[in-house]
Design a protein around this ligand. Structure first.
Ligand code: AMP
Length: 300
């Protein structure tokens, strides 16, 4: 199968502690992580692009080069001379990881401000992926136009995939977050939430309630991830559950959901059934949580 995919959002510089105040630099971000894994999983001939905005400085150049090295296409990425990329540092205290972010003025906030560039990046796509973090970080006045552009892509045949990825600290208030997440899910064909977030933010009592809430918006396929718990899904009239393989040595759950999304999408587009596609996503995520970092080498 060939096709043309684009994932849209923010990739950031990651500073991860190594030893004695030293850090190693990486690049990561939810929608980028999914694109990076998709580039590994999709058959030859499939285009997997990332769409964002970065600066024109050397660090932005290195981020773009890193994406290209991972097989992710960068030709549509906007370059803004007055901005640069966002950054986060991982802090380790007594074995607990915490994250500190510098992203308030990042170039990616403006990824939807050039309507023509956005429309151009969406032309001819078979699949478009975005997340609640994409919606949170883009300038608020661009959100409606961004969703309209996705609607147009959908009308032109693209499957729209949305991961709600709700991060309260990126939003001015909980109601704005819920309203925007609901509007974003309404333009999607596939929604891939994580139950703990939907329980917390929408008060869903169980994964079936999460499925019902998104399906009521017209979403055809909903797959509810749930950490080590059972995944529940419905696509049209087909329902499925899958219990992830137990992982004894969980090292770092960063990008568990992002990699699951890639494994699920690749399998589903390849013609696999709903349950098998969930299994593929879970097996990939199980590999990812056993290694440190968002982007890890995976077995075939
Ligand atoms: P989450 O977004 O945390 O719900 O996780 C996404 C997916 O990663 C889950 O559906 C599982 O397939 C996998 N996963 C996350 N945490 C674990 C864990 N502790 N053990 C096994 N699989 C996990």
């Amino acid at each position: 199968m060939t096709g043309s995919m684009v994932s849209i959002g923010e990739c950031m510089v990651e500073m991860a502690p190594t030893q004695d105040g030293l850090y190693s630099r990486g690049f990561a971000g939810d929608t980028f992580n999914t694109a990076w894994y998709l580039a590994r999983l999709m058959p030859e001939g499939t285009t997997v692009d990332y769409y964002t905005a970065v600066g024109t400085d050397g660090l932005s150049d290195r981020m773009i080069a890193f994406m290209g090295d991972g097989g992710v296409g960068t030709s549509h990425i906007r370059r803004l001379s007055d901005r640069t990329v966002g950054l986060y540092m991982i802090e380790l205290a007594n074995g607990e990881r915490s994250f500190i972010y510098w992203r308030g003025t990042s170039a990616a906030k403006r990824l939807a401000s050039d309507r023509a560039a956005l429309a151009e990046a969406l032309v001819g796509r078979s699949l478009v992926l975005f997340s609640g973090i994409t919606m949170a970080i883009i300038d608020a006045e661009d959100r409606d136009a961004f969703l309209s552009a996705l609607q147009t892509a959908r009308g032109n045949g693209a499957t729209i995939v949305f991961d709600p990825n709700m991060r309260a600290r990126l939003w001015p208030d909980a109601q704005t977050m819920r309203d925007t997440i609901t509007a974003a899910a309404s333009v999607a064909d596939i929604v891939l939430p994580s139950f703990d977030e939907d329980q917390r933010e929408f008060g869903d009592t169980d994964p079936q309630a999460t499925i019902a809430r998104y399906r009521a918006l017209g979403v055809g396929c909903v797959v509810v991830k749930n950490g080590a718990g059972v995944v529940y899904a419905q696509d049209g009239d087909e329902m499925a559950t899958f219990e992830p393989v137990a992982v004894k040595n969980v090292v770092d759950t960063t990008a568990a959901g992002d990699s699951f999304n890639a494994g699920f999408i690749a399998a589903r587009l390849g013609g696999a059934g709903l349950r098998i596609s969930i299994e593929k996503g879970s097996r990939l995520a199980a590999q990812v949580v056993q290694k440190r970092g968002a982007l890890v080498d995976i077995a075939d």
